[in-house]
Design a protein around this ligand. Structure first.
Ligand code: HEC
Ligand code: HEC
Ligand code: HEC
Length: 443
């Protein structure tokens, strides 16, 4: 490190050029490799795009639903696909751009190749610091979309091109220095980004290949369900093991029989994805509610069956050690029982059975509340939730203290046959309040 600091400006320039040459080299290398992609790494339907324009656009519409492009590219008070959603990254706020075909504020002037480069390599047209390609931040999940076939990316473009172009002023981002400089992504890309398809097991049948493609490429399920390292890159050896997101926790959905979805009936998993939940496994909510509402409920049920098949049988089982029980767990659970009865039971039932399908979900037997970390009960109680279909869940942030919420979480995690660890603490609630942006009750 010390020697690096002593490098003269001239040699720093040499270093920068060397890095650039290395980058060019790697881009050429991966492009060369991509050209030789093994067709065995894609489901048959993804190998060639329909030649008929109507069929091509219909395929693109299906792919855009399966890839869930709309919610991220539609901010508050914005028309669909016109961007303006600000995502909170650890490095500041990042706004999504307009991806309608408007030639000035959207992508109407992009060539096929430029569009493919954005989805497959995370590189937009133009340059930064004169020489660097315009790297996209991985908040745009090209880390998963790179596994899409060329034919499918072209079908997506055909669909977006078929929509009315809309002109909108771009929403500004607030990334902090130096992360607001896109060339800093070079190192990240070299370390963590691997362009190209996933490697499918040649022994897989069509259903398994379709499920793998929907899960890994289109549905980008790992982007939320796989833990990340300190530089926000997904950790491949922990695929699907569960990870925090916003004020919630995307649970372990690996094939593990006790902690993952390996022990779910396939019918429950399909109902969760396609019918947006049931009274066995509860309802999808928070960002998963968005995902099922805009994506997995909009694709054929056979696709959700294939996702279930892949998750339950082909992913490596993952086990996570939960944080230990709170020091005063027994007393905390007893306090939580009283608070649950007065605050939650009217809707969720004294035995946690819920109130009816599509109304209020069960908390008994609901794996999202017994996951390794207690964030989901805390997050739901702090932030409130949009309706399953009928009524919303109110926020209790102003009514309950950090200790109250930890106590309720410990009660729910251990009652009615639930086998979660009673590990919620007031400190965890305080940290999640910051992430959810809600102040503690003040009396
Ligand atoms: C999880 C949120 C998310 C999803 C899902 C998502 N995007 Fe993006 N996308 C973004 C963000 C954020 C950016 C801006 C990245 C940046 O500025 O570096 C972006 C950038 C882009 C760009 C570059 C546009 C430009 O002007 O530079 C294109 C094209 C794009 N997305 C298309 C898509 C398509 C097509 C899909 C679905 C297949 C999709 N996105 C899904 C968040 C998302
Ligand atoms: C934008 C982030 C995000 C993406 C993308 C995402 N999930 Fe989730 N998922 C979550 C969160 C947060 C939860 C916890 C809330 C809940 O249970 O609804 C969750 C919960 C789940 C659960 C319930 C697990 C349990 O133990 O109860 C399943 C099953 C699931 N997701 C499957 C998927 C699949 C399959 C995909 C890809 C098609 C996917 N998720 C993509 C965020 C995400
Ligand atoms: C007014 C009725 C109501 C009350 C009171 C209520 N909830 Fe909820 N709760 C709901 C509804 C409706 C949902 C489904 C939200 C969705 O699917 O987006 C829900 C969902 C949840 C979830 C997510 C589980 C799942 O599968 O969707 C948790 C956790 C939760 N509630 C915990 C609590 C706790 C703890 C309390 C008491 C502090 C409480 N709720 C009080 C209506 C209520």
């Amino acid at each position: 490190m010390i020697r690096l600091l002593k490098i003269k400006p001239f040699s720093r320039l040499m270093l920068a050029s060397a890095a650039f040459v290395l980058l060019l080299g790697s881009v050429i290398f991966v492009r060369g490799a991509a050209a030789n992609d093994d067709s065995a790494d894609y489901p048959a339907a993804s190998l060639s795009a329909p030649t008929d324009q109507t069929a091509l656009i219909a395929r693109g519409k299906y792919l855009v639903a399966a890839a869930d492009c709309a919610p991220c590219h539609t901010g508050p008070n914005h028309a669909p696909f016109t961007g303006g959603l600000v995502m909170n990254t650890p490095f500041g706020g990042l706004a999504s751009p307009n991806i309608t075909a408007d030639p000035t504020t959207g992508i109407g002037n992009w060539t096929d190749k430029q569009f493919y480069d954005a989805i497959h390599y995370g590189i937009a047209p133009g340059h930064d610091w004169l020489v660097f390609p315009r790297f996209l931040y991985p908040a745009m999940p090209y880390t998963s979309y790179t596994k899409l076939s060329y034919a499918d990316v072209m079908a997506i473009k055909a669909y977006l091109d078929s929509l009315a172009p809309v002109q909108v002023a771009p929403t500004p981002s607030s990334m902090m220095f130096p992360f607001n400089q896109r060339p800093v992504l070079l190192g990240w890309r070299m370390l963590f980004f691997h362009a190209g398809p996933m490697h499918m097991n040649p022994a897989w049948n069509d259903q398994m290949k379709n499920g793998a493609y929907l899960t890994e490429a289109l549905g980008h399920c790992q982007e939320c369900h796989t833990p990340r390292n300190f530089l926000s890159a997904m950790i491949p050896s922990k695929a699907f093991a569960g990870a925090p997101i916003d004020a919630f926790y995307a649970p372990n959905i690996s094939s593990d029989k006790t902690q993952g979805v390996g022990g779910w009936s396939s019918a429950d998993l399909v109902a969760y994805l396609h019918d947006e939940g049931n009274l066995v496994k509860g309802s999808p909510y928070a960002s998963m509610g968005e995902m099922t509402h805009h994506s997995t409920s909009q694709i054929p049920v056979s696709d959700d069956q294939d996702i279930a098949l892949y998750l339950q049988t082909a992913t490596a089982p993952q086990q996570v050690t939960p944080p230990p029980a709170a020091a005063d767990a027994t007393a905390s659970i007893a306090r939580g029982a009283k608070l649950y009865a007065s605050t939650c039971a009217a809707c969720h039932g004294a035995q946690g059975a819920g109130m009816g399908p599509q109304m209020v979900p069960n908390l008994a037997g609901n794996d999202s509340v017994t996951a390794a970390y207690p964030d989901n009960i805390i997050g739901a109680t702090l932030a409130g939730l949009d309706p399953w279909t009928a009524i919303p869940m109110p926020s209790f942030a102003a009514q309950l203290s950090d200790q109250d919420i930890a106590d309720i979480a410990n009660y729910v995690r251990t009652s009615w046959g639930n086998t979660g660890v009673p590990n919620a603490t007031p400190d965890m609630v305080a940290a999640l309040r910051k992430r959810a942006g809600v102040a503690e009750k003040t009396n």
